[in-house]
Design a protein around this ligand. Structure first.
Ligand code: NDP
Length: 331
């Protein structure tokens, strides 16, 4: 079985030499464990942080060990009660072809309800991030004008559509290509969208939201956050979900220059971690599955074929080569 190891800690943008695809033996599962043949694994922006040797909310990847992360696959051997050969499961040992998983860390999923890969995206971690970040963290309410950055990505595309479904007065998105911008308006029903590479974000946002915004869902940080602070109405609320614009930075990024506006506008800037919102899981799956079935909610995935392309898929995610959830398929 092949698995990806981190072999050196990247400085700035990750390089191919920082990673190695290595062979590992496949053994029968010990008591309380299952052997899973992974079908898909997830590559996610937070994994860049785990490549650094710093204390954070998730431990760093160990050098010369398999990397991990979300994965779905099929049980091929079971030494645990409650799991049988053929069960489809979601678990945390991605970046490898076969995973030896402790049974208590695996969750069965229903592949007849949604394609298996959906449990890594629209019905999985990124979906819950969108749902919890908008409804719980930003305290979204009907009539709010919502701006989301990274809007053609997994989290962002779902945030914008959830806001539309729940009665936002206006949904604005930003993304990194004209093609993505078109998708936001034509397929996902955003009211306005712009390509942040086409000009200053603050100007483009003011044009797209002439009456200001009430909620900002931040996936990007930097210039986007500063622009949102400028466009906020009083009592605006920002969910600080991600700051992908600075994940490969080698120096600390400067803060928004207009932070003093937080006072007069009485803004709330609230960080979030999806792991804190597990209690919403049931409600999230029920509601989102309903909107998928009715066609109100749409999603895309960018599926990269082959474990040998795992590193390229991760790099592609950081470069914006994905539309919707970036996933590696193991066939
Ligand atoms: P996406 O599917 O959104 O993929 C990442 C996207 O980021 C790319 O497609 C690219 O799109 C965009 N991007 C890359 N560099 C830049 C840049 N310099 N400026 C603006 N956009 C950029 O990933 P996810 O949906 O998985 O994650 C979105 C965000 O949410 C990330 O910041 C992630 O860290 C965060 N997150 C946080 C969680 C939490 O619990 N706090 C949980 C899950 C995700 P484009 O072409 O538009 O540039």
């Amino acid at each position: 079985s092949r698995e990806w190891h981190l072999v050196a800690r990247p400085h700035g943008w990750p390089k191919a030499e920082d990673f190695a695809l290595r062979e590992a033996p496949v053994t029968a599962p010990a008591e309380g464990r299952i052997l899973v043949r992974n079908r898909y694994f997830s590559v996610d922006p937070y994994m860049r942080g785990r490549m650094n040797d710093v204390k954070s909310y998730t431990p760093p990847f160990k050098l010369d060990h398999p990397m991990d992360g979300g994965a779905v696959g099929e049980v091929v051997a079971s030494n645990a009660e409650g799991f049988a050969v053929g069960d489809q499961v979601l678990h945390g040992l991605g970046w490898r072809e076969y995973a030896d998983v402790p049974a208590e860390r695996a969750v069965k999923v229903d592949a007849s309800l949604a394609p298996l890969s959906a449990y890594l995206g629209v019905l999985g971690m990124t979906g819950l991030t969108a749902y919890a970040g908008l409804f719980e963290v930003a305290s979204f309410k009907e009539g709010d004008a919502v701006f989301v950055s990274g809007a053609a990505g997994a989290v962002g595309s779902q945030v914008g559509q959830l806001a539309r479904i729940k009665g936002a007065s206006r949904v604005i998105g930003s993304a990194g290509s004209d093609e993505k911008v078109k998708l936001l308006v034509e397929e996902y029903g955003f009211d306005a969208a712009f390509n942040y590479k086409n000009g200053p974000v603050a100007e483009q946002l003011r044009e797209a939201a002439p009456d200001g915004i009430d909620v900002y869902f931040d996936n990007v940080g930097g210039e986007h956050l500063e622009a949102a602070i400028s466009s906020f109405n009083v009592h605006g609320r920002a969910t600080i979900c991600g700051m992908i614009a600075q994940y490969n930075a080698t120096e600390p990024a400067p803060g928004p220059r207009n932070l003093a506006l937080v006072i007069g506008k009485r803004l709330r800037l609230q960080g979030m971690l999806v792991g804190d919102h597990a209690a919403l899981q049931g409600k999230f799956v029920q509601e989102v599955a309903g909107w998928l079935a009715s066609g109100e909610l749409k999603y895309r995935e960018t599926v990269v074929e082959g474990i040998e392309n795992g590193f390229e898929a991760f790099l592609g995610l950081l470069r914006g080569e994905n539309t919707g959830k970036m996933i590696v398929s193991l066939g």
